[in-house]
Design a protein around this ligand. Structure first.
Ligand code: MN
Length: 243
């Protein structure tokens, strides 16, 4: 089986909440370990991740251990970073044996063509401010400067504050399927060029299984309240499931 998950936001909230989410996600990893051939983590695994050349954040070690154990057994674990954890270096590849991508990917799996993307930065061509922020946050030079000049404790404190802020602005919007509309619009447009069988997105924290003709878009849930993931079998049949 092939599993797709996003928006775990490990480390989010107070200590008790963050332990609870860690336990939930760890239990899920243990459940799928029996039949997983590959696990795709489609962004925001962490509420905030900033990695130095030799320093990583204090992070939920049980999850990191589980992921490493999966790859040790030959399970493919792929991590597409989200807007909360784009500042990765080589830790996940070197220490956990994962594949890491910082941009959307089209992959072939079980005879299907899948377009995977966290879902931030879609359709930002007409939004100069978003484009600028994107360029700033993804700049390699800035990341190096920040790493060289800012003590990890300060960087992490800033990051946690920033993550909390962006999450709060997310929370005030009422949830509902309509918030995934921009992703569906993106999929409609993009389908002409690449013809994927399935689009899988995270980011909106609103699960949705959308079909229109032969367009299929799956949006995943978040693990604080709505742990909805996608699973695809060897025949290429895909579905959303709640843990
Ligand atoms: Mn998220």
């Amino acid at each position: 089986m092939y599993y797709f998950v996003s928006d775990v936001h490990l480390g989010c909230g107070d200590e008790a909440t963050s332990r609870q989410v860690e336990a939930r996600f760890t239990a899920w990893l243990d459940t799928i370990a029996s039949d997983a051939e590959a696990v795709f983590i489609i962004g925001d695994l962490f509420d905030f991740w900033f990695e130095y050349k030799r320093v990583i954040p204090k992070a939920p070690v049980r999850v990191l251990g589980r992921l490493a154990a999966l790859t040790d057994r030959g399970v493919r674990v792929v991590f597409l970073t989200g807007n909360h954890d784009m500042w990765v270096r080589d830790f996940f590849e070197k220490e956990c044996g994962m594949e890491v991508y910082t941009s959307p990917q089209t992959i072939l799996l079980a005879g299907k063509r899948l377009f995977l993307a966290h879902g931030d930065n879609m359709k930002i061509d007409n939004q100069p401010l978003l484009r600028l922020m994107n360029a700033v946050f993804r700049s390699k030079l800035l990341k190096s400067l920040f790493s060289a000049l800012v003590h990890p404790d300060c960087a992490l404190r800033f990051g946690q504050w920033w993550s909390g802020k962006s999450r709060k602005s997310h929370d005030v919007e009422e949830l509902g399927e309509h918030i995934t509309e921009p992703l569906i619009a993106y999929a409609r447009e993009y389908r002409a060029a690449e013809q994927p069988d399935y689009f899988i997105f995270g980011h909106m924290h609103q699960p949705r299984d959308f079909s229109e003709g032969n367009l299929r878009v799956l949006c995943l849930g978040e693990w604080g309240h709505d742990p909805v993931y996608a699973v695809m079998d060897r025949e290429g049949r895909i579905a959303l499931k709640k843990f």
